[in-house]
Design a protein around this ligand. Structure first.
Ligand SMILES: *Cc1c(COP(=O)(O)O)cnc(C)c1O
Length: 383
């Protein structure tokens, strides 16, 4: 197997040799090499304490500083207004599928309807799990089933406790901007968004959202941490059945330490936030991500139909690019050839098959260039 030196970063001016393969995993996904190197350097002895971050109390001054610094760095990166709380929770985005209705439906005087836009596997799951709680009436306003290749039309959300959608469908490769959504949602209806696979990939107007949630393992850090950014005006509405660890109000009052938080994941997320800031922030990320995605979509579109991606041009995801070859034998040969060339974790999600290239922030441009070259060559030889 070919090994690639994809490290783009120096640590304190030293070039640290690394052998990092091109990792297109959908999640848990690539982390910046510089972040892992820094964590490695600090692992045994964090800041002269003689212990690792994993071994200290979440209430110790050292960890409180790590926690606060991560929260502030994120607030600056995404320009999160003071109207919104930032919470560091556990349970993945999946737990928020039920956490959202537990917090926003079923309170004494709250409206009891919620509107869901279904644009792929993840928003579909969110709806199914929310509806199963039976705390209110969770309605599907529109669905892109069965192909999920575009934004459904002819819907609106006017009277609901919240409207829910997913900004980037990780399985189906469909990405939506808030401007695609907002015109169809009444101003008084808070917008709730699952941003697990595209948060931090581009600038974001947080003030447009009542609630944003994201599992960490795509674009934030290791698995085990879930971010929630919530408008303070939505606090205090939780249902009696909402467990305290899932209750945004309780967690906000306790600085996300209603119980022991995932301390090491929180620390690593903080390092990733710093790395994003050093790279020039989310605007710089967006520029690079657009460039990376264009390489892969160009390889697809210039293949004369050998590769196929059915998502409407406007909604093609810059983060997850699913594509299909003419048959399964070629798909398998593609994966084997890619693996031989050090291009890893390209197998498509089991729901849709084919290939999926995930191009999160931490996937470096040279890795994507190698993949595009491999795709072009494979199409030439097999097309
Ligand atoms: C990965 C993912 C999830 C599920 O995340 P878990 O951490 O496994 O709960 C939910 N939504 C989206 C958009 C995802 O990409």
């Amino acid at each position: 197997m070919t090994e690639h030196n994809l490290s783009e970063n120096l640590i304190e001016g030293r070039v640290v040799p690394t052998h990092r393969t091109a990792n297109f995993s959908a999640g848990p996904a690539a982390l910046p090499t510089a972040v892992l190197q820094r964590a490695q350097a600090e692992l045994l002895d964090y800041n002269g304490l003689g212990v690792s971050v994993m071994e200290i109390s979440h209430r110790s001054p050292a960890f409180m500083e790590i926690a606060e610094h991560a929260r502030n760095t994120l607030r600056n990166l995404l320009c999160v207004p003071n109207t919104h709380e930032i919470l560091f929770l556990q349970g993945g985005a999946t737990l928020q599928f039920t956490g959202v209705p537990l917090n926003l439906l079923g309170g004494a005087d709250a409206e009891n309807d919620a509107d869901y836009l279904v644009t792929g596997a993840w928003s579909q799951k969110a709806l199914v799990q929310a509806a199963a709680m039976e705390l209110g009436n969770c309605r599907c306003v529109a669905t892109g089933e069965p192909n999920y290749s575009t934004l459904p039309s002819g819907w609106c959300s006017q009277n609901a406790a919240y409207f829910h959608y997913c900004s980037n469908e990780t399985v189906h490769g469909l990405q939506l901007e808030i401007r695609d959504i907002a015109p169809f949602v009444a101003d008084k209806v808070p917008i709730v968004c699952d941003m697990s696979s595209d948060i931090l990939s581009k600038p974001l107007d947080v003030s447009r959202f009542g609630l944003i949630y994201a599992g960490a393992q795509k674009n934030i850090g290791p698995a085990g941490l879930t971010l929630v950014i919530v408008d303070k005006s939505l606090l205090g509405r939780a249902h009696n059945y909402c467990p305290p660890v899932l209750n945004y109000t309780v967690q906000a009052q306790n600085d996300s330490m209603a119980n022991t938080p995932p301390t090491f994941a929180w620390y690593l997320a903080g390092l990733v936030f710093e790395w994003v800031a050093e790279q020039g922030g989310v605007a710089a990320m967006a520029q690079k991500n657009t460039q990376k995605a264009a390489l892969i979509y160009d390889a697809i579109d210039s293949s004369g139909g050998f590769y196929r991606n059915d998502v409407a041009q406007k909604y093609r995801s810059a983060m997850n690019v699913p594509f299909f070859l003419p048959n399964e034998a070629l798909t398998n040969r593609f994966i084997a050839g890619a693996t031989e060339n050090g291009l890893l974790h390209l197998k498509g999600h089991k729901l849709v098959g084919g290939i999926r290239a995930s191009l999160y922030n931490a996937v470096p441009l040279p890795a994507v260039q190698q993949l595009a070259e491999f795709m072009n060559e494979f199409a030439r030889k097999n097309g």
